[in-house]
Design a protein around this ligand. Structure first.
Ligand SMILES: [Zn+2]
Length: 316
């Protein structure tokens, strides 16, 4: 049976229809995350109806809707716990009532990094492995864990997903979460420009010409020997390696998956993270496999099918 799927990112909302582990229709609309959530959900409902019509079916004929959301999520009650500046009214909004009224469907929602992991675990690079940790490198650093085949959520929905907010630099950069020296505050896209501007070589660096300054130009200029770009690249790789070691020590996985937009430069990142893990992770039983995620944007959409089925099994 078809499932409606939505992945609400900071800049884009990816929408799809999923059936039996396949995305059978998908499209993208702008996130407009500074607008009220109910307003954006109207566009979501309209777009999903259009996708269904294109498949010769209707929204009402689907089994449910799953959402991936960049926040801490109370999955039991489908509530956004912390909105991190996106859709400021999200915490007060009753998503299940919206889905019932607007679509006539049950709704399930979970954190975006956790959804990326669920997608990879069930359908992608983590298939067949029941002890998997994921780290997504992008605007922020997302993490999630599956341990012994169970998705780790904890008492308030935040277990496993705050790996980007483990301290890797004492006295480091202030983070959006209130901590200091989080991996995310030291090496993620949102932190990069601020970090770069403080570097003593920045005024003479080619990075000053880049707008927006993100990791693709950083790696490009570092490859030419630009001293500021090289320093920032090395710092970022060390931070991601340290974060990976922390995750391995915390969750004892067999497999660590790296995903997210920055992994477009995975050829450079993967060997360096592997090297750091080999040097510093305490795994006397053997080695953790470290691989790139495989499904890209489709991971979270595919995870919606698993999530809706999980929700339906708890209410039946
Ligand atoms: Zn933090």
């Amino acid at each position: 049976m078809n499932i409606l799927a939505g992945d609400l990112g900071g800049r884009r909302i990816k929408l799809g229809v999923v059936c039996d582990g396949r995305v059978i229709a998908s499209t993208v609309i702008p996130a407009r995350a500074d607008s009220p959530l109910p307003e954006r959900l109207e566009a979501v409902a309209e777009t999903l109806a259009g996708l269904c019509a294109g498949l010769g079916t209707t929204v009402g004929a689907c089994a449910g809707i799953g959402l991936s959301y960049p926040s801490i999520i109370d999955t039991a009650n489908a509530r956004v716990v912390d909105h991190f500046g996106k859709y400021g009214d999200a915490s007060a909004f009753d998503l299940r009532t919206w889905a019932r009224q607007a679509l006539g469907l049950p709704l399930a929602i979970d954190n975006d990094a956790r959804m990326a992991l669920i997608g990879e675990w069930r359908y992608g690079a983590g298939r067949g492995c029941d002890n998997v940790v994921m780290m997504t490198l992008g605007t922020g650093l997302g993490t999630a864990a599956v341990i012994k085949g169970e998705v780790l959520r904890g008492a308030h929905g935040q277990a496993g997903i705050l790996g980007g907010h483990l301290t890797v630099q004492l006295g480091g950069n202030p983070c959006v979460c209130g901590n200091i020296g989080c991996a995310e505050a030291e090496a993620s896209t949102w932190a990069l420009e601020r970090f770069a501007r403080r570097h003593p070589d920045f005024p003479t660096s080619q990075l000053g010409q880049e707008s927006p300054l993100d990791y693709a130009p950083l790696f490009r200029w570092a490859a030419t020997g630009d001293p500021c770009a090289v320093a920032l690249r090395e710092h970022s790789l060390q931070v991601w390696g340290a974060a990976a070691v922390n995750l391995i020590h915390a969750y004892d996985p067999e497999l660590l998956l790296l995903g997210g937009g920055i992994m477009a430069s995975g050829d450079l990142i993967l060997p360096r993270v592997r090297e750091q893990i080999a040097r510093h992770a305490h795994t006397p039983w053997g080695r953790v496999s470290v691989e790139a995620s495989a499904l890209g944007d489709h991971a979270a959409l595919l995870a919606c099918e698993w999530l809706v089925q999980e929700h339906l099994s708890t209410i039946s």
